[in-house]
Design a protein around this ligand. Structure first.
Ligand code: SF4
Length: 238
């Protein structure tokens, strides 16, 4: 039987359930916003351990942001090679640093504290290679702005539950889910973190552990016999 609740009500119910299951924490971001910005670019499609190694190696070889900006591309790629796709990430980082230093005079983004959420999002999304996922992670974790990062885990779990429609993209999910939740950075941080964890630990891409899931009574995907075709979930090739 599929649930027929208003998606806003269901979103808040699922959020409460995961709050009880995982516990509520204050926001914990990196202390240095520049580390969060560059670390978030490095973190795409790689593990936290690989991202951390790449960041540390890069900072050892190129201690200032100007040195990262001006580094020979092949040497920067080598420094961050533990993160996947270093040949894509290295020019992205250099382009971001080039624009940032040219516009603001230094590699410092503390001015985002004083900007409205919309203006800060717009400014970040103008940077080369920075999209909604990077900007929302940075603004929520480092600047405590009320935005909601939707990565592959958050996208998959919310779609399987039926909080967003079967064809809704991660980018559209960001605005939709945000409209269902209070504009409170701590609430949104815990929502993001819990759905991310749930995707990593229970609601796997293939073979989600539905019988052990605390959300299974409200999950459209489970209640439909796990047959729904969803834009967030690839179909396994046979
Ligand atoms: S019941 Fe299954 S598909 Fe639904 S959220 Fe839980 S693990 Fe994911």
């Amino acid at each position: 039987m599929l649930t027929t609740l208003d998606p806003a009500v269901k979103t808040r119910d699922a959020h409460e359930r995961l709050n009880e299951h995982y516990g509520v924490d204050p926001i914990r971001g990196r202390v240095d916003p520049m580390h969060e910005l560059i670390g978030t670019i490095l973190s795409h499609r790689t593990t936290f351990a690989n991202e951390r190694t790449a960041y540390q190696t890069m900072r050892e070889r190129f201690p200032t942001w100007e040195e990262v900006r001006d580094a020979p591309l092949d040497q920067l790629i080598d420094a961050i090679k533990t993160a996947n796709y270093p040949e894509i990430k290295a020019p992205y980082m250099q382009n971001v640093l080039t624009v940032l230093i040219a516009e603001r005079g230094s590699a410092n983004i503390d001015f985002l504290w004083d900007m409205s959420t919309d203006d800060a999002m717009a400014w970040l999304n103008r940077l080369p290679g920075v999209g909604p996922k990077t900007s929302t992670l940075l603004l929520l974790f480092s600047f405590h702005k009320p935005v909601l990062p939707v990565d592959t885990h958050v996208h998959r779990v919310t779609q399987r539950l039926g909080l967003i429609g079967p064809k809704v993209s991660a980018e559209k999910a960001h605005k939709l889910l945000l409209s269902y939740l209070p504009a409170d950075a701590t609430v949104l941080y815990n929502f993001h973190k819990h759905f991310f964890w749930h995707g990593q630990r229970v609601c796997f891409w293939y073979n989600p552990n539905c019988t052990g899931c605390v959300l299974n009574d409200m999950c459209d995907f489970y209640q439909s016999g796990r047959t729904a075709v969803l834009s967030s979930t690839p179909v396994r090739k046979k």
